[in-house]
Design a protein around this ligand. Structure first.
Ligand code: 13P
Length: 260
């Protein structure tokens, strides 16, 4: 059985380190020593050190939202994997749609970053997902499949065991429109079938595939109960400790019941 993994992607929020520390403290207090559901917080990089300090003696992981593929050098404004590890990171989000679409990041770049993240011993959370136009043109599987193939190119099955995927339909991000559990499960099952084809059954059954896109305490349980949905990557609702803890509690309830 794959454990559920709930990660909060704070994006470019909150506005101050005090607010970041307060949010992390509230999540830490709510999670306590609970490990049946895995949890990580991904604050803006300037707050990583401060949040790492808060998360001491907590099972909650710490993730960055991006990194560069080079280990060092003249790359103004960029951060390397080893810098993130030095700041306390265990995870790093790669290829978020806001970077793919807003900053024109390609799957080839995501692939370079993924290899660098693994070399730095970070757990990458690789995001893939289709736009509304692509979904309406019935191209969801094609787009998701191509992003997956290109982003994961050259990885061995053993390396893939250390990677987390996040299916985030672009049309569901920050819009309040969540994919229905059936829509999400369909794509998650497709992703797992591709993993099976590329890396074999053992790896396909081990890789955690999160769902992201307007996940809230109210819809989390139905999504998390789907057989191929192994957690969530939460944006807006991760900025309120009570909502984020509500999603974690939904995950705990699903874990206690077992998947259907
Ligand atoms: P929302 O939960 O705000 O829709 O964002 C999802 C997301 O992009 C997480 O990475």
């Amino acid at each position: 059985m794959r454990p559920l993994f709930i990660a909060g992607n704070w994006k470019m929020n909150p506005g101050t380190s005090e607010a970041a520390v307060a949010l992390a403290e509230a999540v830490k207090a709510g999670v306590g020593q609970e490990t049946r559901v895995r949890v990580a917080l991904c604050p803006p990089s300037v707050f990583l050190n401060a949040v790492d300090g808060v998360l001491e003696n907590s099972p909650i992981g710490l993730g960055a939202q991006n990194m560069h593929w080079k280990a060092d050098g003249a790359y103004t404004g960029e951060l390397s994997g080893s810098m993130l590890v030095d700041a306390g990171c265990t995870h790093v989000i790669l290829g978020h749609s806001e970077r793919r679409h807003g900053m024109h990041e390609t799957s080839q770049e995501v692939n370079e970053k993924l290899k660098a993240a693994l070399a730095a011993k970070l757990i990458p959370i690789v995001c893939i997902g289709e736009t509304l136009v692509e979904r309406e043109a019935h191209k969801t599987d094609e787009v998701v499949g191509t992003q997956l193939e290109e982003s994961l190119k050259g990885l061995t099955a053993e390396e893939m065991n250390g990677v987390v995927l996040a299916y985030e339909p672009v049309w569901a991000i920050g819009t309040g429109k969540t994919a229905t559990p059936a829509q999400a499960q369909h794509v998650h099952a497709f992703i797992r079938s591709m993993l099976r084809e590329i890396f074999g059954e053992a790896t396909a059954s081990r890789v955690i595939v999160q769902y992201g896109g307007s996940v809230k305490p109210e819809n989390a349980a139905d999504l998390l109960a789907c057989p191929d949905i192994d957690g969530s990557l939460v944006g807006g609702a991760s900025l309120k400790a009570a909502d984020f803890l509500g999603i974690i509690n939904a995950g705990l309830a699903v874990t206690a019941k077992g998947k259907a």
